[in-house]
Design a protein around this ligand. Structure first.
Ligand SMILES: Cc1ncc(COP(=O)(O)OP(=O)(O)O)c(N)n1
Ligand SMILES: Cc1nc(C(=O)O)sc1CCOP(=O)(O)O
Length: 213
């Protein structure tokens, strides 16, 4: 896993499902490789309908769909995987349900111990954050880029950095060891989503080139 990872606004925050699809299409065209459906509603029929539509859009762009919190919805919609917070059940159970190829992400906040637990339970990637103040999740626990560097040296799975990331503050996270950057506001909040996604793709490639001896 590497590159740009877009997290949808909740249904409550979306102007409409049509808007969500149009914005997602633009982000995928701009180079986003992973989409996470993050919705907190109990509207199961709508959640399934949107998940299936996002799954089809991702297929058109050879991108991956993950579902936040809910591996049963991932299974029902044919998504590629699930993102699990600390209260969302174990990666091992999700792996048993979704199979060996599923992408299973785990929130590790600012903790190497949580990351070690996630690795032991078969997580596909480790998510650390938040790195900057986040309007999407104002009370998220702060983490620092130095944690990414330590985690890079210690763990094999890819590292995802999340929280308040934008084009102006992303570079130190890539340099510190983030394989992927996960953003909600910085991508879905943009009036020019395709251009912003392209600019991130360029930033990844320039930063990696500069870091290669
Ligand atoms: C890539 C990524 N990292 C962290 C989170 C946070 O997930 P979680 O701890 O489950 O919190 P909520 O998203 O459910 O509020 C994430 N969603 N994605
Ligand atoms: C969903 C989420 N989880 C976080 C964590 O630190 O665990 S920060 C966050 C919000 C990400 O959205 P934005 O890019 O708009 O800040």
């Amino acid at each position: 896993m590497h590159g740009l990872y877009a997290i949808t606004p909740t249904f409550e925050q979306c102007a409409s499902d049509r808007w969500l699809m149009a914005q997602t299409r633009a982000l995928l065209t701009g180079g986003v490789r992973y989409i996470q459906l993050r919705d907190k509603s109990c509207d199961q029929p709508r959640r399934l309908k949107v998940a299936k539509a996002l799954r089809a859009l991702c297929a058109e762009h050879e991108a991956h769909l993950l579902i936040n919190d809910d591996w049963a919805l991932a299974q029902a919609s044919g998504a590629h995987g699930v993102h699990l917070g600390q209260g969302d059940g174990s990666p091992a159970d999700a792996r048993a349900a979704l199979g060996k190829h599923a992408l299973i992400g785990r929130t590790c906040h600012d903790s190497e111990q949580l990351a070690a637990d996630a690795v032991a339970q078969g997580a596909s990637y480790l998510a650390f954050g938040r790195f900057y103040p986040s309007r999407t999740k104002p009370h998220a626990r702060p983490a620092t880029p130095a944690l990414l560097t330590r985690a890079k040296a210690r763990f094999n799975p890819p590292l995802v950095a999340i929280g308040g990331v934008n084009l102006d503050n992303a570079e130190p996270l890539i340099r510190a060891g983030a394989d992927a950057l996960a953003l909600c506001q910085g991508l879905y909040g943009s009036s020019e989503p395709e251009s912003v996604a392209r600019a991130f793709t360029l930033l990844f490639s320039v930063t990696h080139k500069q870091d290669t001896p």
